[in-house]
Design a binder for this molecule. Structure first.
Ligand SMILES: [Cu+2]
Length: 319
């Protein structure tokens, strides 16, 4: 009915656009998409989560893609509806019994972490709201621009024992200029600090990523502990903002981890493709954020690279 009519109208418009573009001999949009698809995702990976290049792919769905998971639900986000309005951002987490959860296990020094980012990856913020006696979390809030934002809540409910990342999208009125997609952005400057990341993400593996902090060309070796480490890294998959598991390599006071200039993490990219990385680091009492983009290569590519006698076609098991 309605939807079908809209769909066929939409397809009709696409066909017109396609014919028009073909007439001019320019298929820029679709050829870019095709390139993206071919070098980001191995062709056999689509819809085949249990056998990618002979590697046992982790069947676990990444966090941050659902409003409900493991019996827990993130309520709708209550926040100002337009950019530039002062107000409060608040929500609750409902437990398996439908009641707001009030007991959490501390993780990374907090009971609950909130990450907010616009859908194009801009305006990342990592904040810590305060919970009231009824399980409602809130924090003073003002949206920087209009657009569609995603709000992630990352927590460990007491008695559940495992980290859960739920997320909801929320729409904000106001002007919005989309940020272009980033590719392999490994340098970032913030307030005179230059942060560089090195590392190769590989689909389905936990791989090291090292951030190096400098100021005026000099290594910064007095990073301060922040959330139990010398930096807090969040990685989001471009396209769906899946929230990727990251853990720091070493922690302050373990006798082996220096307070910079290098801060090391392990990042588990679930699939090939582009990821946005956000590093919060603290110097002289102030937390700053550096942003990067890295591509994860397919696990199959890594096998070819690792294996000197490797042959191009690694998926020897067709259906
Ligand atoms: Cu946090």
């Amino acid at each position: 009915m309605n939807v079908a009519m809209k769909m066929s109208a939409y397809v009709g418009v696409l066909a017109v656009v396609f014919v028009g573009a073909a007439g001019i001999g320019q298929l820029t949009g679709s050829s870019v998409n095709r390139d993206d698809a071919t070098d980001a995702v191995p062709p056999h990976a689509a819809g085949d989560s249990h056998a990618v290049g002979g590697e046992s792919a982790d069947p676990h769905v990444p966090g941050g893609l659902q409003v409900s998971d493991a019996g827990y639900t993130l309520t709708p986000i209550d926040a100002p509806t337009a950019a530039g309005e002062n107000g409060t951002l608040s929500f609750a987490v409902l437990g398996p019994d439908g009641e707001a959860v009030t007991e959490y296990d501390e993780s990374h020094e907090k009971n609950l972490h909130v990450v907010v980012v616009r859908h194009d990856g801009a305006h990342y913020q990592h904040v810590h709201p305060v919970m009231d006696a009824y399980g409602s979390w809130s924090i003073d809030w003002e949206w920087p621009t209009g657009g569609s934002y995603k709000v992630f809540a990352d927590f460990v409910p007491t008695g559940h024992g495992q980290e859960i990342t739920l997320a909801r999208s929320t729409e904000v009125a106001g002007t919005y200029t989309p940020m272009p997609a980033l590719r392999d952005a490994v340098f970032y400057e913030v307030d005179g600090y230059t942060v560089t990341v090195t590392g190769q993400l590989v689909a389905g593996r936990s791989t090291p990523v090292v951030a190096t902090v400098e100021r005026d060309g000099q290594p910064v070796d007095h990073l301060e502990p922040h959330l139990g480490a010398y930096g807090h890294l969040v990685a989001l998959r471009e396209g769906d903002l899946a929230y990727i598991h990251v853990h720091p390599d070493g922690e302050p006071g373990d006798g082996a981890t220096d307070p910079g200039p290098d801060v090391a993490f392990y990042v588990e990219a679930p699939t090939a493709g582009s990821y946005r990385l956000y590093l919060d680091f603290r110097v002289d009492g102030q937390v700053r954020t550096a942003e990067f983009a890295l591509r994860a290569r397919p696990a199959g590519d890594a096998e070819v690279a690792d294996d000197a006698g490797g042959h191009g076609d690694t998926d020897g098991h067709g259906h």
